[in-house]
Each structure stands twice: as structure tokens, then as C-alpha cells.
Design a protein around this ligand. Structure first.
Ligand code: GLN
Length: 500
């Protein structure tokens, strides 16, 4: 098969073609590595590409297949990992100077499970430093560009992963979603991205940002591909104390089922109107009408506490981050500055942290330390936790009447690089619609629902479900995807400037 034909296949199709002997993992991996060489100067999605190790893993996958091993549907398929997942054969930096060149001695559970399933690691993708941001401009290694328009951001914090999949540099990628960092970049690059139920995917070996929110999840070009990846790395992990010991929701079956007949869909009243780009609102409303025409029962639902979610998140996430990032103390990992024999450990620590952390990370550490300080703890952190409970109650009340909730994934399409770089509030607003799901710990997915008429850029539809009902988001997402592909005569991504 020609290179372009190989990289145009979905991950499911590629896995099947490898299994049928129509192509090999080595050929597919080589095609993707060549594609990476060709487009990386424009996109900058990768912090590290492991050409030799990828080809070695591909040869192993082909040999395991030839030996008759019973391998999963994604065996031999290449993947890119967000640089927040520990990989024992590649550096892991979380896009921070403080971890420059650090090579972990072990694999994250997600990485290890996907290795066992025969997936081939192409490399590590760029991100906002320590996953703090919504544009990938906070990387210490330069911004990533959106393949739909290279003057714009690919979303964040998993923007390297979204750009890599959207530019056909990888068929699949992993990300982490703490406040929206999978769904938001997926939405603005025309991809499918899912935030699994909290605890449904293991945090072991994932560099921590906010431990009560961080959730590893999939990026893919199709809903079925996202489901296959979701299933491949999910499930109980005794190494993660917050891992859920429950069966993995039937996401693959749901993606194949792809129907919404009789599904009760709630439109979140609080997400829309003023501040939303008209083209985003238009495509969202059309998706709601589409769901109705496919047999869903649509009602409007009010979740009044969702309007306080952003404020609560920006106290809780920095609080947890300030504690998690204390481990970067110049003694145990990576960078060490000023250790010339004349300075105390405290001085070296302070010089290292001053030099190793970027401005947004420092802002979060200061904010979190302040919010947790004894005189303010109840007023800030305590109140934010109360809001969190109210949000959870809004979800619970809504899910008594509906099976899923829907909203736009983001208020606007991808914004120009630099536009919000000096305006943290504007940047934080990118996650307005995604944050409630993280605070409640339930499941959500973003699926492309068209291009905004005013700028021709992708819009995402967010589908939210109760905890451990991830399958509902896939079922509805796949139905929307199938109906739109029929309407458009093909996948949305096929119209991008970087389509192959
Ligand atoms: N943009 C949000 C933040 O900056 C969410 C990040 C994330 O989900 N990792 O915190």
C-alpha cells in the first residue's frame, strides 16, 4: 500500500489491514515517520521522535503476529503519547525546563498496557508545561500549530497530540484531561477526544497536575478509533489508589451501535448565548436538531452551579498543583541550578525552581499556595470544594431525567497564536464548558460537528454522561459522526489543509 493510503486509514482499518497481512506494522510505522519528517517543521507537534525504537517495536509487532500470538485490534498501529506519560525508553519532560532530558526508569500504566497490546510509540508530543493551559503556548519548547490554520493554536494542554493526529502524523494519541485538555484540543482540530470517568484510566506514571481531576484519555480521527484506544488502556490498576475497580464500560460496542433512538438528551441551558461565537452556536444547534431527527428525545436542562465551575476549578487545580509540584526540588529530578558548593539546599532549590518553571506554572503555584494557607483555606479552597459538591448534584439531578447532556465543547473555534497569551482569564475561558465534568468526575466526549461559517474552523459537540456510563457518550458520538459523514460525503478532517 502507498504511504498516503496507509496514513489515511483509520486506526481500526489499519489494525485490520495489518492483521490480514495486507500491510505490516513496519510499513505503517515508516509511513508515519516519513510524514512526521515532512510536516514537523510546520506543526511542531513532537518533543521527541523515536525513529529507531518505533521501527524496532514495529518489527516486534510483526513477529508476534507471525508467531500466531492472539493480539488486540490495534496491534502494530502507531501512536503518539503526550509527554506527561512516563516512557522508559524516551525522555519525559511535561514540556518543562525543569525536567529537560529526564528519562523515567519505568512506564506509566497507560504506556505499558498499550505496549503490551502491540501499539508502536512514534514519540512524545508537545503540551502546555505540566498540562497548564489551553493553547500549548505554555510549552518551554515552543508552540505547536493547528493544522487547519498554522497561525492558530491547536488547543491545549494536549495540543501536540491533537495536532499530530489532525496533521496525519499519527493515527492515535494519548492526552490527559484535568479541565478539558483532551476535549478542547480535539474540538478545535476536528478530532474525537474523550475524558473517561475519573479513575477509569490509571494515573500511575502520569506526571501529576491536579490529582483529583487528572484523567488520561484518547485522541482519534473517528469515534470507533477513540473507543478502541480507550478500551485498550482502561481498567483497574492496583498501582493507582483512585483507580475504579469496575468493569470497563462497553465503549467499543457502543461506538459500533451508533444509534440514539429513544436516548434522552439534555441541552445545558447555561452553556450558550453571549460570549459564544455565532458559528459555534449555529453548529451546536444543528447537532441538537440532528440528534432529534435521529430519534433522540431532546429537553432543556438547567445546571445552575455550572456557572461557578471555572472559579472553583481555578482554586482547586492550582491548590493541588502547588502540592504536587513541590517534588521538583532540584534534588530528585532534572535541572539543578547554582549547586557550586557555596549555597544551601534551599538556595539551590529556589534558584532551580525560579529558572525551571515557566510563568504560568509559577502563577498556579503562587495561587495554590495562597489558597491553601491557614488563614484563607476555608474561604477559598473550602468554598471551592462546596461548589464542587453543588456541581455534582446538578449532574445527578439532570441524569435522573436524561441519559446524556450536550453543549458546545468550546465557546470559540481555535484562536490565533499570541491572542490570549498575555490574558490568563481569556485563556481560562476556553474550558468553560468542559470543567464541570472534571469536577464531578464523570465521562464526556467531543465529536466534530462541522466548520464555523465565519472562519471555516472545526467546532466540537460535547456529550456528557454519568460516571462509568462512558459508553453513552460513544454511542451518541458515533451516531452524530455517521449522520454527518453521510451529509458531508466524508469525514470532516478530509477537508483540512493537512489532509492526505
Ligand atoms: N486549561 C485548563 C488549565 O489550564 C485545563 C488543563 C488540563 O485539562 N490539563 O488548567
Amino acid at each position: 500500500m502507498a504511504s498516503d493510503d496507509l496514513i489515511r486509514l483509520s486506526a481500526a482499518e489499519l489494525g485490520a489491514a495489518i492483521a490480514a497481512g495486507e500491510t505490516s506494522s513496519v510499513d505503517a510505522t515508516r509511513a508515519y515517520l516519513d510524514r512526521i519528517d515532512a510536516v514537523e517543521p510546520d506543526i511542531n507537534a513532537f518533543l521527541h521522535v523515536g525513529r529507531d525504537s518505533a521501527l524496532e517495536q514495529a518489527r516486534t509487532a510483526d513477529r508476534r503476529r507471525a508467531d500466531g500470538e492472539d493480539l488486540g485490534p490495534l496491534a502494530g498501529v502507531p501512536i503518539a503519547h503526550k509527554d506527561v506519560f512516563c516512557t522508559k525508553d524516551m525522555p519525559t519532560t511535561a514540556a518543562s525546563k525543569i525536567l529537560e532530558g529526564w528519562q523515567p526508569p519505568y512506564d506509566a500504566t497507560v504506556t505499558a498496557r498499550l505496549r503490551d497490546a502491540g501499539l508502536v510509540i512514534l514519540g512524545k508530543t508537545n503540551m502546555d508545561e505540566f498540562a497548564m493551559g489551553s493553547s500549548t503556548e505554555n510549552s518551554a519548547y515552543g508552540a505547536t500549530r493547528n493544522p487547519w490554520d498554522t497561525a492558530r493554536v491547536p488547543g491545549g494542554s494536549s495540543g501536540g497530540s491533537s495536532a499530530a493526529v489532525a496533521a496525519f502524523e499519527a493515527p492515535l494519541a494519548t492526552g490527559t484531561d484535568t479541565g478539558g485538555s483532551i476535549r478542547q484540543p480535539a474540538a478545535v482540530t476536528g478530532l474525537v477526544g474523550a475524558k473517561p470517568t475519573y479513575g477509569g484510566s490509571s494515573r500511575y506514571g502520569v506526571i501529576a497536575f491536579a490529582s483529583s481531576l487528572d484523567t488520561p484519555g484518547p485522541f482519534a480521527r473517528t469515534v470507533l478509533d477513540a473507543a478502541l484506544l480507550h478500551e485498550a488502556f482502561s481498567g483497574h490498576d492496583p498501582r493507582d489508589s483512585t483507580s475504579v475497580d469496575a468493569p470497563v464500560p462497553g465503549v467499543v460496542e457502543a461506538a459500533r451501535r451508533a444509534d440514539v433512538q429513544g436516548l434522552r438528551v439534555g441541552v445545558v441551558k447555561e452553556f450558550g448565548g453571549e460570549g459564544y461565537q455565532p458559528g459555534v452556536t449555529q453548529r451546536f444547534q444543528e447537532s441538537v436538531e440532528l440528534l432529534e431527527s435521529l430519534g433522540a428525545k431532546v429537553v432543556e436542562v438547567s445546571c445552575p452551579s455550572f456557572t461557578s465551575a471555572l472559579a472553583a476549578y481555578y482554586l482547586i487545580a492550582p491548590s493541588e498543583a502547588s502540592s504536587n509540584l513541590a517534588r521538583f526540588d532540584a534534588m530528585r529530578y532534572g535541572l539543578r541550578v547554582g549547586d557550586d558548593g557555596t549555597r544551601s539546599a534551599e538556595e539551590v532549590m529556589s534558584l532551580t525552581r525560579a529558572k525551571g518553571f515557566g510563568p504560568e506554572v509559577k502563577r498556579r503555584i503562587i495561587l495554590g499556595t495562597y489558597a491553601l494557607s491557614s488563614g484563607y483555606y476555608d474561604a477559598y479552597y473550602g468554598s471551592a470544594q462546596q461548589v464542587r459538591t453543588l456541581i455534582k448534584r446538578d449532574f445527578d439531578a439532570a441524569f435522573e431525567h436524561v441519559d446524556v447532556l450536550v453543549s458546545p465543547t468550546t465557546p470559540t473555534t481555535a484562536f490565533p497564536i499570541g491572542e490570549r497569551a498575555d490574558d490568563p482569564m481569556a485563556m481560562y475561558l476556553a474550558d468553560l464548558c468542559t470543567i464541570p465534568t472534571n469536577l464531578a468526575g464523570n465521562a464526556a466526549l467531543s465529536v466534530p460537528c462541522g466548520l464555523a461559517p465565519e472562519d471555516g474552523l472545526p467546532v466540537g459537540l460535547q456529550i456528557m454522561a454519568p460516571a462509568l456510563a462512558d459508553d453513552r457518550t460513544y454511542r451518541a458520538g458515533a451516531a452524530v459522526e455517521a449522520a454527518l459523514a453521510e451529509r458531508w460525503g466524508g469525514p470532516l478532517l478530509g477537508t483540512s489543509a493537512y489532509a492526505v
